[in-house]
Design a protein around this ligand. Structure first.
Ligand code: GFB
Length: 331
C-alpha cells in the first residue's frame, strides 16, 4: 500500500467523474432521496440503487453479492433505521442492531470490491448529552450519551470507527459526515415514529382541517435544536465526496439553534397561525440542547443556504400536496 501524506489525504483524489458508478444506499429515505435529487442536478449519470425487497442490507452475503454484480466505485451510505425521540427510546434494540449491521455489511462489501471512496452518514446524537455547545467534532466519546437514543448513537459511533479503522488497516478512503437534525420532503410523518418537524407540520395541518383550537407539543418546549434542510445536507455530502478525504468526521449543520417552542411557533405561522400550543410533559424532551460547531465544514468551503422558515414553508407545501396519499398518514 502506498502511504500518502495527511494533507494529500485530506484533499482527496479530486472531483468524481460524472459517469462513475455511484451507489446510494437508502435511496427511499429522507437523505437518500435528497441525494438522488442532488446527484441528478449535478449531472451524475450512473447512480445505482437497490430496494430492500431485493437486498436486505443487514445481510452480508446479499450485500457482497450485490456489490460484486454492480461494482459501484463511490458509495453514499445513507441507509438505516431512524426515528424521533419516541421511536428511538422504545426500540433501542432494533435501532442498535439494524444500524450496526447495515454499516458493517456496506463498509465491508465496499472494501471487498475496492470502492474508491465511501461517505458514511452518522448523526449528531453521537455526542455526549452534556457536551459543550456548539458541539465540536472532538467531543466524541468524552462523556455519557443521551439515554433516549443510546442504542442508535452507539451504532453510529461504531460506524465512524469502522470507517477510520478500515482506512488505517485496509487503506480505504472512507469518510464520515455527522448531520444535525434533518427535515424536508420525503420525511416520515408518522406521529409516534417521526421527528419533531414532520410531526408538528402534520399536527397543525390536521388541527386546522378539523377546526381543533389546540395543538399538542411533546415535552416542555425548552430543549434547543438545530435543523438542517435535507437538500442542504445532500449538497454538503456531494461537496465532501468531491473534496474531503480526511479520517476525522465532519459536522454538517447550520450552527444555529431554536427552542422547540420557537420551532412550534414558526410552524404554526406557516400552517395554522390561530392554533394554541399545549405542552405535554409526559413525553420525553431528549437532549437539553444540540447544536453543532460547523467550523471544520466552513473552513473546507461549504455553507448552508436554506433558512428554517423557508425550509418549513416548502416542506409544508410538499406535505400538503402529498397528504392524500395514504402512506403519509401511516395507513
Ligand atoms: O425530533 P425529535 O424526535 O429528535 O425531538 P431528538 C426533538 C424535540 O422535539 C424533543 C420535541 O425535545 C421532543 O420532545 N417534540 C415536540 C416532538 N413535539 C414533538 C412531536 O410531536 N414529535 C417529536 N418527535 N418530537 C432524535 C434522536 O432526537 O434526533 C435520534 O432520538 C436522532 O437519535 C435524531 O439523532 C436526529 O433531537 O430529540
Amino acid at each position: 500500500m502506498t502511504r500518502t501524506t495527511a494533507a494529500a489525504q485530506d484533499s482527496g483524489p479530486g472531483p468524481i467523474p460524472l459517469d462513475a458508478p455511484i451507489f446510494v444506499a437508502g435511496h427511499r429515505g429522507l437523505v437518500g432521496s435528497a441525494l438522488l435529487r442532488r446527484l441528478g442536478e449535478a449531472g451524475y449519470t450512473n447512480v445505482l440503487t437497490v430496494g430492500r425487497d431485493e437486498v436486505d442490507l443487514r445481510l452480508q452475503v446479499q450485500v457482497t453479492e450485490w456489490f460484486e454484480r454492480n461494482r459501484p466505485q463511490y458509495v453514499y451510505l445513507a441507509a438505516g433505521t431512524v426515528g424521533g425521540v419516541m421511536a428511538n427510546s422504545t426500540r433501542q434494540a432494533e435501532f442498535l442492531y439494524d444500524n450496526m449491521m447495515i454499516h458493517a455489511t456496506v463498509v465491508e462489501a465496499s472494501r471487498a470490491v475496492g470502492v474508491s471512496k465511501l461517505l458514511y452518514l452518522g448523526s449528531s446524537c453521537i455526542y455526549p448529552r452534556n457536551a459543550d455547545q456548539p458541539i465540536e467534532e472532538s467531543a466524541l466519546l468524552t462523556g455519557p450519551l443521551e439515554p433516549t437514543n443510546e442504542g442508535y448513537a452507539v451504532a453510529k459511533i461504531a460506524g465512524i470507527k469502522l470507517c477510520q479503522f478500515y482506512r488505517e488497516q485496509h487503506g480505504c478512503n472512507f469518510i464520515s459526515a455527522m448531520p444535525t437534525n434533518l427535515y424536508g420532503p420525503g420525511d416520515n410523518f408518522d406521529l409516534e415514529a417521526s421527528h419533531v418537524i414532520p410531526a408538528l407540520i402534520r399536527k397543525f395541518h390536521e388541527a386546522k382541517n378539523t377546526g381543533q383550537a389546540t395543538v399538542e407539543i411533546w415535552g416542555s418546549g425548552t430543549p434547543r435544536r438545530e435543523f438542517l434542510h435535507v437538500d442542504d445536507l445532500a449538497s454538503a455530502c456531494v461537496f465532501l465526496m468531491n473534496s474531503y478525504s480526511g479520517s476525522d468526521h465532519v459536522n454538517v449543520g447550520t450552527g444555529v439553534d431554536v427552542t422547540i417552542r420557537e420551532l412550534a411557533e414558526t410552524i404554526a405561522k406557516v400552517v395554522y397561525p390561530e392554533a394554541e400550543l399545549k405542552f405535554d410533559s409526559s413525553r420525553p424532551d431528549g437532549m437539553p440542547r444540540k447544536v453543532l460547531d460547523i467550523t471544520r465544514l466552513r473552513n473546507l468551503g461549504w455553507e448552508p443556504s436554506i433558512p428554517l422558515s423557508e425550509g418549513v414553508q416548502s416542506t409544508y407545501e410538499w406535505f400538503a400536496q402529498n397528504y392524500d396519499r395514504g402512506e403519509l398518514r401511516g395507513v
